[in-house]
Ligand binder design. Structure first.
Ligand code: PEP
Ligand code: MG
Length: 326
């Protein structure tokens, strides 16, 4: 299998009917990055910067953060890396960061909420990213955006740091793109405010599905009861995909769904063409893409989404397609 997938790595991932599907890695440590050469992925769609913080025994300082980001960019070379700002809190606890006991940490003081409330932490990270870029293009992703103003506030912090570098005569990124994660359901109903402000968006299906279904992603007793590609969830995802197309901004799926064949098929069927996943999923997903006639699946899933699927689930419908192909 491994040799088989390795043989696919230089093939462009295009469906039989000519739809280009961009495959990217989820990553978070420098050790993951050389894997880009093994899988042939086009870049890193999600670099989880909190990993460095989680394995450390104290808060990583600016030079340490900068070194990690610079190394990641170095190894990626021309391939883009999307650095997600710290997503700590919730299930990602830092033992050395004092935090109050919370009844619902996933919905608590976490991620960009914490970042904007303690701007020292956020400023340091943004400064480290800008300095690591050292004049190269830079992509930054904001996690857990709940309201557009949080995204705008983050943009202001970035802007201030760029001006600070400029005043000091240091190089600033040749191009800076700031993106928002869509993983809090409220944002689905504010896309017309958010999208004109964002350079790109990325859907985090792990949190989005957790919050849409009010089922803890870490608790299989509840989460396994709700199919993430059932009609209501897939409609929600399609809403974001279509809005991003209207505003002509790139959209990626970076949650776990993107790396599972059937789920990835559902995503492609609703027009998602950028998928970010664990490196081990690239081979299997690429193989599926190369053998795929996407148009008829798009039509059949599209019909199911608008008319309801007559007792058949999207999952069953897609399984039938896959069985027909084999
Ligand atoms: C997600 O929520 O889907 C996501 C990609 O982020 P994380 O799993 O790190 O919360
Ligand atoms: Mg998330």
């Amino acid at each position: 299998r491994r040799a088989h997938y390795a043989a696919l790595k230089n093939k462009p991932s295009i469906t039989k009917d000519g739809v280009d599907i961009t495959l990217l890695h989820n990553s978070g440590l420098v050790a993951d990055l050389p894997m880009l050469d093994d899988t042939g992925a086009l870049g890193v769609g999600l670099f989880r910067t909190e990993l460095q913080f989680m394995i450390a025994s104290r808060l990583p300082r600016l030079p340490e953060q900068m070194q990690l980001y610079a190394e990641a960019m170095e190894i990626a070379g021309d391939r883009p890396v999307v650095f997600r700002l710290l997503d700590i809190g919730g299930d990602k606890v830092l033992p050395y960061l004092r935090s109050a006991q919370e009844e619902n940490p996933a919905m608590g003081y976490r991620s960009i909420r914490l970042g904007l409330d303690r701007p020292g932490l956020l400023r340091t990270q943004i400064r480290a990213l800008l300095m690591a870029a050292n004049g190269r293009p830079l992509k930054i992703l904001v996690p857990m955006v709940t309201e557009t103003f949080e995204f705008l506030q983050t943009r202001m912090v970035v802007q201030k740091e760029i001006e600070r570098l400029r005043r000091a005569g240091k190089p600033t990124p040749s191009r800076l793109e700031l993106g928002a994660m869509v993983e809090v359901p409220s944002l689905l109903f504010e896309l017309d405010q958010l999208l004109p402000e964002a350079d790109f968006v990325s859907i985090g299906s792990n949190d989005l599905v957790q919050f849409l279904t009010a089922s803890d992603r870490a608790n299989p007793r509840v989460s396994k009861n709700y199919d993430p590609i059932a009609l209501p969830r897939l409609r929600a995802i399609r809403m974001v995909v279509e809005a991003a197309k209207r505003y002509n901004i790139p959209i990626t799926m970076c949650g776990e769904l993107a790396g599972k064949p059937l789920e990835a098929l559902a995503l492609m069927a609703i027009g998602m063409t950028r998928l970010s996943m664990g490196p081990a999923s690239i081979g299997p997903i690429k193989e599926m893409v190369l053998n795929l006639e996407l148009k008829p699946i798009q039509q059949s899933v599209g019909a199911a989404l608008s008319e309801g699927a007559d007792g058949v689930t999207i999952r069953e419908l897609l399984k039938e397609w896959i069985d027909k192909q084999n």
